[in-house]
Design a protein around this ligand. Structure first.
Ligand SMILES: Nc1nc2c(c(=O)[nH]1)N[C@H]1C(S)=C(S)[C@@H](COP(=O)(O)OP(=O)(O)OC[C@H]3O[C@@H](n4cnc5c(=O)[nH]c(N)nc54)[C@H](O)[C@@H]3O)O[C@H]1N2
Ligand SMILES: Nc1nc2c(c(=O)[nH]1)N[C@H]1C(S)=C(S)[C@@H](COP(=O)(O)OP(=O)(O)OC[C@H]3O[C@@H](n4cnc5c(=O)[nH]c(N)nc54)[C@H](O)[C@@H]3O)O[C@H]1N2
Ligand code: SF4
Ligand SMILES: [Mo]
Length: 856
């Protein structure tokens, strides 16, 4: 029996609707895009399409564990509640902390935040959104008086100029990117400008790519403001009527000076400024290239300033639009998940506002001031000031900067609780108590996407093992800590109602976030909830697509604020010892720390190994050969990665994907290298700019294994594991030669359970190469290839599976580079559409179209 259920994708902030065909008996899912959902109208990207492959149970955390031992919920919950209560009694409420995630549902987030800030009475609940959106939050607050994203996705179709600033939309918000591509095809007048030091896949649709010096965006946008003023492109009536602080913000910057500082051709800057000045509908989409900076908040305001100066905010097709990363980054902001926020877009700034929340919650011991933001919070753990921490739905041992320090901090912490749906992560490895959370496809609740659209995630299957919803786990602990009445919820809808009621409580139009229309929502209506954009209240019962078109803002004066920005370079500049700038970010087919995407074989084939992208001149200077291994070092840590030489990098810059962890590579956690410098206003780390050096790493042998069964690899200095279709693949390298390859191979390939292995071996002592195949019951089980270097190894490398199709370009239909190249050559294909007709490649999510075009 199959049934079809509407739900929402658990990955990026586009927030695509999914129509899931569920076969509960077979635990099988057929995923397609929900054609009625306003975020995607049926489209999905490679990650969303592969969700059915990530619901396997083998890697799941199925039972609570206490000090490594499986136990009952009763014991685990008692222990967490008692220990937190004891620590608070002994050291005070600020000796405990929660660290949450934009991947929690709004209902989970709401109760976690309510427990810490309302009832434990400490501000110490922060979230991974600190690493993600906090500069946007701070910039919005300064300009608008509220953390409001004024725009909506429909603006893509109305814009005449779209600027992608520090956003690799093609890979990170693929369905939005496809929508922009379609808008451009429908309206050839629509221009796209990409502002990013790297040439990314997003440049595929760019009319202009400004490959500016890393960290120089504030100069570019201050220069733009100056240009607008000097070229009569201001909307003076708007500035007069709806803003404050304009004259203090305006400085004179000659365009040549900006071009020189940003290291851009003057005519390119001129072109960008001309387009901005002369186009009515301008949409600036920005993301981590702006936010993750020691001056991220200023950069956000430098962008918003230009929109205010031209009156282009919240109008159809115009505005400054922050693309949120995680599926519920917005929901987290709504409930007050950041340590300086309290709840419902109320922060700690005004005591009477705090008092409102205290009265609503009936919480006399409510926190009165902000808690510690992520980096400082883990520093406080390292210093022993925080003695008990509960981490929910995030993997800080990988994703925080200076990640080795974070690891040591958790190792030294007296009491570490981790709620996750996956058993083995770099963070669960350090937990004293592990709590199995229900994952996507099991849990139930709401999320809010980049355009303020609230959607339902719905349960598709029965929970795995003994996994429970995060809201349930948190409220059980709260009840055990003595807060029964305040945490007496029976289902997510109870929590959602309260959250909605709080948003409207004594609001009177003072706060942007208001969904009070749902304060009495029935269980049935919640079950059938359809996507809607907040605010949803008496004034806007059907929700609201855009805010601020009327020029009314949430500042005390009702006017938007210009913020005078003094551009600052990144804090740590490259020097002789660490001459290159490390930039980190995302790949098309992986999600963050790979706990779920790496389970889907087809998502691992695009980029199966950690790598560093480096400009040809830098590679030559550092003596790095293509496909060799390199050691990257910063003042904070080190990692190993495969060298990819490409002129898509600026000279002096290198790029490393953020995804690999100790679970999938021996030495690939890039977070270890990243400097822990933060923006003084938003406290967001500078993840895009760390001085590093990159040196050749020359092991004496390299090799790989393909195996039908998962292996435990030992006695190797470098390994990377990836799951492929029907087998596992291991990349290996070593600093010392084993005495005997035969012994070595047998040790790696034979588990104690193996019965009667048959071997075929080939050794070439002169070349130093060795190959072996192991058969079990006449079936090929494992092969191992060893050679002195990667180059020799490649000559013997067998295809990934079946015919050698090359690196997988189209993950949706599994089409490889070689297949596409052959078809282009043999059939004389000229366009990506023709490749699509011939091979289907690029016709589903379209994320690979830039790569297909590159092959053409
Ligand atoms: N496939 C995939 N998609 C994702 C995610 C994922 O893990 N995988 N994660 C989601 C999340 S949580 C987030 S936050 C978003 C992030 O989405 P994005 O912000 O688009 O992704 P990033 O790759 O982190 O960085 C964006 C770009 O910033 C550029 N950049 C670096 N320094 C500068 C600079 O000084 N100025 C400018 N202008 N640009 C610079 C980088 O070169 C990079 O191309 O993606 C979301 N979507
Ligand atoms: N150097 C560098 N560092 C970065 C970034 C960067 O660009 N460069 N980007 C930053 C950004 S923008 C972000 S958002 C972070 C992301 O970094 P993280 O949040 O650390 O990464 P994830 O892999 O998404 O971790 C989510 C965890 O939650 C688990 N999980 C999934 N669903 C559930 C659930 O329903 N309940 C519970 N309890 N657990 C669940 C997953 O298995 C996983 O272990 O990384 C940040 N760190
Ligand atoms: S664009 Fe892809 S990852 Fe993002 S929500 Fe849509 S399907 Fe999911
Ligand atoms: Mo993020």
């Amino acid at each position: 029996m199959t049934k079809t259920i509407q739900t929402t994708c658990p990955y990026c902030g586009v927030g695509c609707g999914i129509s899931a065909k569920v076969d509960a008996d077979q635990h099988r899912l057929t995923i397609s895009g929900d054609s009625t959902h306003p975020a995607n109208f049926g489209r999905l990207c490679s990650k969303g399409s592969a969700l059915g492959e990530t619901i396997e149970l083998t890697n799941r955390l199925l039972q609570p564990r206490v000090y490594g031992r499986e136990t009952s919920w009763m014991e685990a919950l008692d222990l967490v509640a008692n220990t937190f209560s004891e620590v608070i009694a002994k050291y005070g409420q600020d000796a405990v902390a929660f660290y949450g995630s934009g991947q929690l549902l709004t209902e989970d987030y709401y109760v976690a935040n309510k427990l810490m800030k309302g009832f434990i009475g400490s501000g110490n609940m922060d979230t991974n959104s600190r690493l993600c959106m906090s500069s946007s939050v701070a910039g919005h607050k300064r300009a608008f008086g509220s953390d409001t994203v004024p725009n909506c996705y429909e603006d893509y179709e109305h814009a005449e100029l779209i600027i992608l600033i520090g956003s690799n939309t093609a890979w990170c918000h693929p369905v939005s990117f496809q929508r922009i591509r379609a808008a451009k095809e429908a309206n050839p007048l629509l221009k796209v400008v990409v502002i990013d030091p790297r040439r990314t896949a997003s440049c595929d649709i760019a009319d202009l790519h400004l490959s500016l010096k890393s960290g120089s965006d504030a100069w570019l946008f201050n220069g733009l403001l100056s240009f607008l003023s000097e070229n009569n492109a201001l909307d003076l009536a708007y500035i007069q009527a709806h803003t404050e602080g304009f004259t203090e913000t305006l400085w004179h910057y000659p365009i040549e000076q900006i071009a020189e500082y940003c290291q851009l051709p003057t005519q390119d800057v001129q072109q960008f400024y001309d387009w901005f000045a002369n186009t009515d509908n301008v949409l600036s989409l920005y993301s981590q290239g702006i936010n993750q900076s020691s001056s991220g908040t200023d950069k956000v305001n430098a962008i918003i300033n230009c929109h205010l100066a031209t009156g282009r905010i919240g109008k159809i097709g115009s505005g400054a639009f922050s693309l949120t990363g995680q599926p519920n980054a917005m929901g987290g902001r709504e409930v007050g998940g950041l340590a300086h926020q309290l709840a419902a877009h109320i922060d700690f700034s005004y005591p009477d506002e705090v008092d409102k929340v205290a009265r609503f919650w009936n919480a006399p011991h409510i926190a009165k001031q902000a808690g510690l933001p992520a980096v400082a919070l883990f520093d406080a753990i390292a210093e022993g000031k925080i003695k008990a921490v509960w981490i929910m739905g995030t993997n800080p041992v990988v994703s925080l900067p200076n990640a080795d320090k974070v690891k040591r901090a958790l190792q030294a912490c007296e009491f570490v609780v981790v709620s996750d749906c996956i058993a083995n992560t770099d963070t669960t490895a350090l937990a004293h108590v592990l709590l199995p959370a229900q994952g996507w496809s099991e849990k139930d609740g709401t999320v809010t996407n980049s355009e303020r659209c609230i959607s339902r995630q719905r349960a598709l299957f029965k929970p795995a093992g003994n996994a429970r919803p995060d809201w349930w786990i948190i409220t059980q602990v709260a009840q055990r800590m003595g807060f029964e009445a305040a945490f007496n919820y029976h289902s997510p809808v109870d929590i959602f109602r309260e959250h909605a009621a709080l948003s409207g409580f004594e609001n009177n139009g003072q706060r942007d976030f208001d969904i009070s229309a749902f304060a009495d929502i029935s269980a049935t209506d919640y079950e059938q909830f359809q996507p809607i954009q907040w605010p949803v209240n008496a004034a806007y019962p059907q929700g609201r697509a855009r805010l601020f078109a009327d020029g009314q803002f949430f500042t005390p004066s009702g006017k938007a604020q210009f913020i005078a920005v003094t551009p600052r370079p990144p804090v740590n500049a490259p020097d002789e010892q660490y001459p290159l700038i490390l930039n980190t970010g995302r790949l098309r087919d992986q999600w963050h720390t790979m706990t779920r995407t790496a389970l889907a074989a087809k998502l691992n084939q695009h980029k199966p190994e950690p790598f560093v992208e480096i400009h040809p001149i830098d590679a030559e200077q550092q003596g790095l050969l293509a496909h060799s291994l390199a050691r990257l070092e910063s003042r904070w840590g080190a990692m190993l990665a495969r060298v990819q030489i490409t002129d898509s990098q600026l000279q002096g810059n290198v790029f490393v994907p953020m995804h690999w962890t100790d679970q999938y590579a021996s030495f690939g956690r890039m977070g270890a290298l990243v400097n822990p410098i933060v923006d003084p206003l938003s406290q967001q780390p500078e993840s895009k700019h760390t001085p590093v050096r990159v040196r050749p790493y020359t092991p004496v042998w390299q090799g790989f294994i393909l195996s039908r069964r998962e292996l435990k690899i030992t006695e190797v200095d470098y390994w990377v594991k990836s799951k492929a279709a029907g087998f596992y693949r291991y990349e290996l390298a070593g600093d010392t030669l084993p005495d005997d390859w035969r012994d070595y191979a047998r040790k790696q390939l034979c588990s104690s359970t193996a019965e009667n292995p048959q071997w075929q071996e080939y050794q070439d002592a002169a070349k130093g190469s060795y190959r072996a195949a192991r058969l079990v019951d006449n079936q090929l089980e494992t092969v191992i290839f060893i050679a002195p270097d990667h180059h020799l190894l490649l000559t013997g490398k067998p295809p990934l599976g079946g015919a050698d199709v090359g690196a997988i370009i189209c993950a949706c239909f599994n089409v490889g580079e070689k297949t596409i190249k052959a078809a282009i050559k043999d059939k004389g294909l000229k366009t990506h559409q023709q490749v699509g007709q011939c091979l289907k490649a690029g016709t589903n999510c379209g994320s690979c179209i830039p790569e297909i075009k590159a092959l053409l």
